[in-house]
Design a protein around this ligand. Sequence first.
Ligand SMILES: NC(=O)c1ccc[n+]([C@@H]2O[C@H](COP(=O)([O-])OP(=O)(O)OC[C@H]3O[C@@H](n4cnc5c(N)ncnc54)[C@H](O)[C@@H]3O)[C@@H](O)[C@H]2O)c1
Ligand SMILES: [Zn+2]
Ligand SMILES: [Zn+2]
Length: 350
Amino acid sequence: MYHIVKALVYDGPGKKQLADRPQPALIHATDAVVRITRTTICGTDLHILKGDVPTVAPGRILGHEGIGVVDEVGTGVSRFHQGDRVLISCITACGKCDYCRRGMPSHCEQGGWILGNTIDGTQAEFVRIPFADTSLYLVPENADEDAMVMLSDILPTGYECGVLNGAVKPGDTVAIVGAGPIGLAALLTTQFFAPANLIVIDLDDNRLAVAKQFGATAVVNSSAGKAAETIMALTGGKGVDVAMEAVGIAATFGLCQDIIGAGGHIANIGVHGTSATLHLEKLWSKNITITTRLVDAVTTPLLLKTVMAGRLKPARLVTHHFPLSDILKAYDTFGNAAKESALKIILTNK
Ligand SMILES: NC(=O)c1ccc[n+]([C@@H]2O[C@H](COP(=O)([O-])OP(=O)(O)OC[C@H]3O[C@@H](n4cnc5c(N)ncnc54)[C@H](O)[C@@H]3O)[C@@H](O)[C@H]2O)c1
Ligand SMILES: [Zn+2]
Ligand SMILES: [Zn+2]
């Protein structure tokens, strides 16, 4: 018996609505249908609404993060059962293709980042999850549900695309450009490796204040256009060992190039909708490495353990709660993050 459910639907650049949709059903034997209990909005959803992500067609239900309760499983699902509380990974993994077996499920031949992109996503009362056995995690007993939502995307993204690709080492000077949820997730997980200096750059003083509470040793507001000079002065003219780009615009990728020191790593995290200039005329002799990555979410088990052990406290990123039925209001709040002092917004579906 299928019902009509509420879902946040993308209607083309700049347009979205809370619409009625049929409850998703199983399509393949390896699918599960999950009743969403908590979901959230990502900076990537704002990029989609700007028209930066052309793979998202009008009519798509957005959202690639959340937790829920398994409602139904296909005959090919063996690890999950109706009633299980599950964490939904933003990356769907078939577990069998060449990319999955190489540890790069972001490029899974039948999965990858498809939720809220090429198939309907989690900003809805129900969602269909393909390859459920290899794309869901059991939520442990006593888990903080808000913290679990941070494991769908932002913690693995900050850690894999920023910290691991940036090859952060003890004693490093690390700059993180962008103090949104992703930049702050990178800030929290960078500290696994005991860097000496952690410089966070943003335009929003509130987010910079949060960065200080989360362990930044220096913060720089780049709105005056002097961030590169300030960071070069802070590093005695040497530049930083690791520069993470966590915004997704050409200017901030440019700033990473301006501040990178010899032998450094520029780790791009941001989703870019337009081209950015690569200054090889300045960088060719600097022995640097530039990395890009779509999150693979292969570190979710490790991050889940650190959260459950209390060593990582990502629920600190949650600033607002709304019922799922108020998701349009939640988008307004997240879209005006500076004015609203917003980081992660949890949407609850009772
Ligand atoms: N690579 C991946 O797999 C992956 C996964 C998830 C998200 N992302 C991307 O990571 C980026 C960050 O995501 P988020 O959720 O934190 O987004 P967000 O929009 O909440 O945060 C971006 C931050 O950048 C700051 N900013 C904007 N312009 C700036 C400038 N000129 N100088 C300095 N700071 C500036 C904003 O004030 C904001 O705090 C986005 O581009 C998102 O799409 C990438
Ligand atoms: Zn995301
Ligand atoms: Zn695969």
